[in-house]
Design a protein. Structure first.
Length: 259
């Protein structure tokens, strides 16, 4: 009888121990977001949080998957993109903390400098409103075009008010932009997709974006989870010295920690 009681007690103890580590599913895009989250996963495990990482090849699905409950959190987007998705798709999602910044760049296989772009050149930009607007603002900051300031961050080709070099803007899926370089004169590419395509965001761009706070990436969750213990552990793990050191060493300035 005592043996049975002892066995039952040990079984209960092991069951309690296995349940103590919470498991969450986080959606990321391939490349830096996935690589960084692997390091976060290592740190979080020591804090009693197990992370399962799922990769998505575009910017659309991760928020839908989070809203549908297929993910617990995601880490792939900046705040303006999340805000636009919440507004357009009525997602009940919020950011719980910042992650890293990926300064966008203009790349070209046709010219060596931004000033060498000829009259009538075709420039490919992302086809989503926030990243497309971000691309146009990089060109506007350089003085290559002017855009309607009243539109804010989500300017599109229709909001270009001055285009002295008659650039044509080709709107493409962000993930396809590196492949477009053979067919266009230049392309404005998000750093994660540039890295994935073997481009060097530190040296290859003919024009680079400044470090703009609105475009720091964020970690998103459902509103109901924003104050959960696992969410706090996730942010603490991400904002650790170990993850910062990994980002700085791995990406050599192409990806910038926000903390």
């Amino acid at each position: 009888m005592k043996t049975l009681i002892l066995a039952a007690s040990l079984a209960a103890l092991f069951a309690a121990g296995s349940a103590s580590a919470e498991t969450i599913k986080i959606g990321v895009t391939p490349g830096p977001h996935a690589q960084i989250m692997e390091k976060v996963k290592d740190v979080a495990k020591g804090k009693g949080l197990d992370i399962e990482i799922l990769e998505f090849s575009d910017y659309v699905v991760p928020n839908q998957a989070l809203a549908d409950g297929e993910l617990t959190a995601n880490s792939f987007q900046h705040q303006p993109y999340l805000d636009n998705q919440v507004k357009d798709r009525k997602f009940d999602l919020v950011s719980i903390g910042t992650s890293v910044n990926f300064p966008m760049g203009v790349y070209s296989k046709k010219v060596k400098s931004i000033d060498a772009l000829k009259d009538g050149a075709t420039i490919a930009i992302p086809n989503d409103p926030t990243n497309g607007g971000r691309a146009l603002l990089i060109l506007a900051d350089k003085g290559l075009i002017k855009v309607n300031p009243a539109v804010g961050l989500k300017v599109g080709p229709a909001d270009v008010t001055e285009n002295k070099k008659n650039f044509t803007f080709a709107e493409l899926d962000a993930a396809q932009l590196p492949r477009s370089l053979e067919d266009v004169d230049a392309a404005v590419i998000n750093t994660n997709y540039a890295l994935e395509a073997g481009l060097n965001p530190s040296t290859d761009p003919i024009l680079k974006e400044g470090e703009k706070a609105p475009y720091v990436n964020v970690i998103a969750v459902k509103s109901k989870d924003k104050d959960s213990d696992w969410a706090k552990t996730l942010i603490a793990s991400y904002h650790s010295d170990a993850v910062k050191a990994f980002v700085l060493d791995k990406f050599k300035g192409a990806v910038i920690p926000s903390w």
